[in-house]
Design a protein around this ligand. Structure first.
Ligand code: UT7
Length: 315
């Protein structure tokens, strides 16, 4: 089976900025608590005209344009989300339709919450190898604002909306590695269709402990498989749930804090979108250049976790 590399990225976030002070006007919270406990200062919420679908399509379109490929070159379309606008059609099918991708290509959503984008990369690898195709579009998108209970201060201050996308290509790069896992549980849950209004519920401290223990496990597994450590890669992109989670991992692993990208101050926790949004910012800012190796780690509801060591090859 061939490996996989990223050739281009894209992102889309709503224009409406919601600051911690904005939230303090509607729920019993304050900027000091949110920023010191999480590192989050603001997040984006969709307006009436925006949705998970519009964000996913915009991010995917930007990634496709940046790849310099035609829609007909794409051989699989995968969308990671827990907040799609329809139970069916999938978000991936809506992206396929809006971007004019070919009909006979596998197109599906992945539900692995905040690990979803990295699950999606590995699903893309399997599908491309299985179908004899070369390129796939992998999107992570969320409109979590519609799943928030704005009377529950322990969750409503954490999450935001956004989408990120990447075009990936099969490659012979032997340094690619991935690790995926799950431990079924209800520590973070959202009721499904038929349960009335669905809201995100989370046992914050349990999930915090899980996150700080699983990230080093993923990093060690990736190192064993790829031969590359945190020092050897250009950047480490972890899911952006809480600044304290990343800081704790950095301390525990005695790693270089500068390697670990953070943008939760501006976007909050965007679940499946957080890793590809961060990746696109790094590419846009020139912090990740063609040929660079990246380490990425996701963790979240399911419980799920996922990691990848992957090359940003560029076009
Ligand atoms: O994306 C999926 C993965 N998710 C995560 O990784 C999230 C992991 N968990 C966390 O990041 C943290 O557990 C939270 C940020 C969710 C919570 O931080 P914490 O330090 O674990 O706070 P806590 O839940 O223990 O609450 C501490 C206090 C409580 O008050 P008392 O009982 O000590 O009086 C809460 O009622 O903080 C209170 N509190 C708040 N106060 C002001 C909880 N939420 C708020 C709030 N504003 N928004």
């Amino acid at each position: 089976m061939k490996n996989i590399e990223i050739i281009s990225t894209g992102r889309a976030v709503p224009s409406k900025v919601v600051t911690n002070d904005d939230l303090a006007k509607i729920v019993d919270t304050n900027d000091e608590w949110i920023s010191t406990r999480t590192g989050i200062r603001e997040r984006r919420f969709c307006s009436e005209e925006e949705s998970a679908t519009t964000l996913a399509v915009e991010a995917a379109r930007k990634a496709l344009e940046a790849s310099q490929l035609a829609p007909s070159d794409i051989g699989a379309c995968i969308c990671a989300t827990i907040s799609g606008d329809y139970a069916t059609p999938s978000m991936a099918c809506l992206v396929q339709r809006e971007l004019g991708l070919r009909e006979p290509i596998p197109t599906l959503d992945v539900n692995a919450a905040c690990s979803g984008f990295l699950y999606g990369i590995e699903v893309a690898r399997g599908l491309l190898n299985g179908c004899g195709e070369k390129y796939a579009l992998v999107v992570g998108c969320e409109q979590l604002s519609k799943l928030l209970d704005m009377t529950d201060r322990s969750t409503c201050v954490l999450f935001g909306d956004g989408a990120g996308a990447a075009v990936v290509r099969l490659s012979e790069d032997a340094t690619y590695a991935s690790t995926l896992g799950a431990r079924g549980g209800f520590e973070i849950n959202v009721e499904g269709a038929g349960h009335g209004t669905s809201h995100i519920h989370m046992q914050g401290q349990e999930v915090f402990k899980f996150a700080t223990s699983i990230i080093p496990v993923c990093i060690r597994q990736l190192q064993e498989k790829s031969g590359l450590s945190v020092e050897d890669v250009s950047r480490v992109v972890c899911h952006q749930a809480n600044e304290r989670i990343i800081d704790s991992v950095v301390r525990r692993m005695k790693a270089d804090p500068g390697k670990f990208y953070k943008n939760m101050d501006r976007f909050g926790n965007t679940s499946a979108a957080s890793v590809p949004i961060a990746l696109d910012e790094l590419v846009e800012n020139g912090d990740v250049k063609a040929g660079d190796m990246l380490m990425m780690v996701g963790f979240g509801a399911g419980l799920t976790w996922a990691g990848a060591v992957i090359r940003y090859a560029g076009v």
